[in-house]
Design a protein around this ligand. Structure first.
Ligand code: NDP
Length: 457
């Protein structure tokens, strides 16, 4: 057997790469990991984790309002963006340190550099200007925000990468997109007091979700004062001087703003890695094409996480990384199960969802029953807030199996993590009905829905 420097060399130290590398090292492999930015990857450094801190910060904006109904006076409220970012950065530094320590403690060697492939066993460490060799190579380079470069002035806008490091809180934000990042950041900025306008090319935001979710989130965002312009895109962006910009939309509207935020999707980070040159097949979006064991078309090169564009979520990348390490370094062939993955959108109120949307279920199953409820939560009876909660169960009418559960409302992601166990386990509507309600909670409605929804004629 050829003598390589490493048994495994991982390019990219995000969620998937780190999990795979740590496990492989724990199974006795000699592991090298290259990272060009910061160990921890998108999720920890400029994604889920810092985003959730901004969501928490933003939610206080609503809480101070709500507190009045409960007898509190909060007249001299002050908010410091600088303080928030400083505290967030300190926590991210701490987490970054933990990720580095965990990799090192497992025995992996970290290279702080961009790495590119020279051949199927050779990795060039760009900043060190030298090569290392490995028997197996794992591509875990994730993805990056995409902006529409065909729009004149597109570079006057920022992406989520920059949003975490803004010098100051903007006064007015125009967001492009209607997916996860657009919705989450529109709500974050609104909760922090900014004027927000969201511009979406389609009709229904969050269109990959159950239609009731899309409609509910849209109306909740509008209720908070977020302006939503649908069926429109950016045509041109002009710099007006200072921080001011003007966005020209395809419907003729002009919006003056001090922050333009592109949230129109992410693309797999494969450019310039040398993959195609050595025969690794990419799909039409530039993602590494892999089989169920995350193996690419070159049999010693593997890929996990967003760079493969399967289900682009942190816990999925972690599981794919773990499955790869189990298969390749623990002699235990393991593939990822992509069914019934719970998902959340941290809008305000948030979304939690698992399983089939109603329209998906109707395509796949002959008889589909729907149970849904839409109500004002008890807490808001004193706050005066008109915020509503949506809960929906999609059930196979033939087997009674719960196929999907969809919630918009306070703590929906927390609820859905637990409900996902029941849905994944194949629980029936009867199991839900037989479960005693926990009163008074929002979640109790999940086990008290008895009437099948009949659409209006
Ligand atoms: P999404 O795919 O969720 O949304 C992209 C949005 O941009 C869609 O509304 C899409 O419209 C729109 N769009 C795409 N191309 C154009 C264009 N040329 N002009 C105008 N609009 C366009 O991507 P995000 O960037 O929001 O998030 C990327 C991924 O990151 C998500 O898919 C998710 O996997 C992950 N993520 C998960 C989070 C979570 O779990 N809470 C949070 C943030 C990100 P259309 O709907 O018509 O296609």
């Amino acid at each position: 057997m050829a003598d390589f420097d490493f048994d495994l060399f991982t390019i990219g130290a995000g969620s998937g790469g780190v999990r795979a590398s740590r496990l492989a090292a724990q199974y006795g492999a000699r592991v090298g990991v290259a990272e060009e930015y910061r160990v921890g990857g998108t999720c920890v450094i400029r994604g889920c984790v810092p985003k959730k801190f901004l969501v928490y910060a933003s939610e206080y904006g609503h809480s101070f309002q709500d507190a009045r109904g409960y007898g509190w006076t909060a007249d001299k409220i002050d908010f410091s963006w600088r303080k928030l970012i400083e505290n967030k950065d300190n926590e991210i530094d701490r987490l970054n340190g933990i990720y580095i320590r965990n990799l090192k403690n497992a025995g992996a060697e970290i290279f702080q550099t961009r790495a590119i492939l020279k051949d199927r066993n050779t990795v060039h460490l760009v900043d060190e200007n030298r090569d290392v060799t490995a028997e197996k190579i794992l591509i875990a380079t994730g993805g990056a925000p995409w902006t529409d470069e065909s729009v004149p002035g597109h570079d006057l806008g920022i992406t989520s990468n920059e949003a975490f490091h803004l010098e100051k809180l903007p006064r007015h934000v125009v967001v492009a997109g209607g997916g996860y990042i657009a919705i989450e950041f529109a709500c974050i900025f609104r909760g922090l007091g900014c004027d927000v306008c969201l511009v979406y090319r389609g009709e229904d935001i969050l269109r990959y979700f159950d239609t009731d979710i899309s409609v509910q989130v849209h109306s909740e965002m509008k209720r908070q004062g977020i302006r939503i312009i649908t069926q429109s895109v950016f045509e041109k962006i002009e710099h007006l001087g200072g921080d001011e910009k003007r966005v020209h939309l395809s419907n003729g509207t002009q919006l003056d703003t001090d922050l333009i935020f592109w949230a129109v999707g992410r693309t797999p980070s494969t450019a310039g890695l040398g993959l195609e040159e050595i025969g690794v097949e990419l799909d039409k979006r530039g993602a590494v094409a892999v089989d169920e064991y995350s193996r690419s078309s070159v049999d010693n090169i593997f890929a996990v996480g967003d760079v493969t564009d399967r289900v682009n979520l942190t816990p999925v990348a972690i599981r794919e990384g773990a499955a790869f390490a189990e298969t390749e370094f623990n002699n235990n062939p393991t593939s990822m199960d992509y069914t019934f993955i719970p998902k959340a959108v941290f809008s305000q109120p948030p979304v939690g969802t698992v399983g089939y949307a109603e329209h998906e279920a109707r395509k796949k199953f002959k008889n589909v029953d729907v149970y849904k409820t839409n109500f004002r939560a008890m807490k808001n009876m004193l706050t005066g807030s008109e915020e509503r909660v949506l809960m929906k169960l999609v059930v196979d009418g033939d087997t009674d199996r719960v196929l999907g559960c969809h919630i918009v409302g306070a703590d929906a992601p927390e609820m859905i993590q637990c409900i996902a166990i029941a849905v994944k386990a194949g629980c029936t509507k009867k199991h839900f009905d037989e479960t005693v309600a926990l009163h008074p909670t929002i979640a109790e409605e999940l086990v008290t829905m008895r009437e099948k929804y009949v659409p209006p004629m």
